[in-house]
Design a protein around this ligand. Structure first.
Ligand code: DX5
Ligand code: ZN
Length: 215
């Protein structure tokens, strides 16, 4: 079954702890932490101290998504006992192998994300090294944007390459995911979906999580 990582970017920040407990109770699997620096993406979200305030608030591991320039400088500050993975953008890392090694040196899973206009082939040289490939289905920066369907073929290509080479990384799809996309994403090879607006909008978190996980 596909796993769901609700993005707290779309949550009510005035009651983050409560919202995280609500997604856990509803059956979500991870907490997606969207970190934005106002340089790599045209928005600023929050940093490690907001993430750390959620340690111990639920049993769900953190799935950290760094949408920042020079991520190597900040990776260490996102490592906690609750951090399962840290993902950097291929477009932000001129020395991607080194950055992947740096993430792994902290004992957490290393992920690489690609923007909608970046081809799957940009990851060919690192697929043997990563634990997670994050395929962006929107241009990163904001929650609530429309899903870009052209990325479905890219997910399929990455999934086929995983099969052909016997790799074991997970494939996560981030941005604009709605309940009607889930079956096609799963069929293309996705293991994890991120849900921002689809989880937190409208206030009924339990129903929203169930709609994403069970249709
Ligand atoms: C986009 C972020 C996503 C996004 C998820 O920059 O990385 O995680 O906010 O929110 P929705 O599902 O609303 O696009
Ligand atoms: Zn994200």
């Amino acid at each position: 079954m596909i796993k769901l990582a609700p993005s707290i970017l779309a949550a009510d920040f005035s009651k983050l702890g409560e919202e995280v407990r609500a997604v856990e109770k509803a059956g979500a699997h991870l907490i997606h932490i969207d970190v934005m620096d106002g340089c790599f993406v045209p928005n600023i979200s929050f940093g490690a101290c907001v993430m750390k305030s959620l340690c111990g608030k639920s049993a769900l591991p953190f799935d950290v998504h760094l949408m920042i320039e020079s991520p190597d400088r900040y990776i260490g500050s996102f490592v906690t006992e609750t951090t399962e993975s840290i993902t950097v953008h291929q477009e932000a890392c001129p020395h991607l192998h080194r950055t992947i090694g740096h993430i792994k040196s902290f004992g957490v899973k290393a992920g690489v994300a690609i923007n909608p206009a970046t081809p799957a082939a940009a990851l060919d040289c690192v697929l043997a090294n990563v634990d997670l490939v994050m395929v962006m289905a929107v241009n990163p920066g904001f929650s609530g944007q429309a899903f870009i369907p052209q990325v479905i073929d890219k997910i399929y290509q990455i999934s086929e390459s995983r099969k052909e080479n016997g790799f074991s990384f997970e494939i996560e799809v981030d941005g604009g995911v709605l309940p009607e996309h889930v079956w096609v994403l799963e069929a293309a090879g996705a293991d994890i979906i991120v849900g921002g607006k689809a989880v937190f909008a409208g206030g009924n978190i339990e129903d929203n999580v169930k709609a994403l996980l069970f249709g």
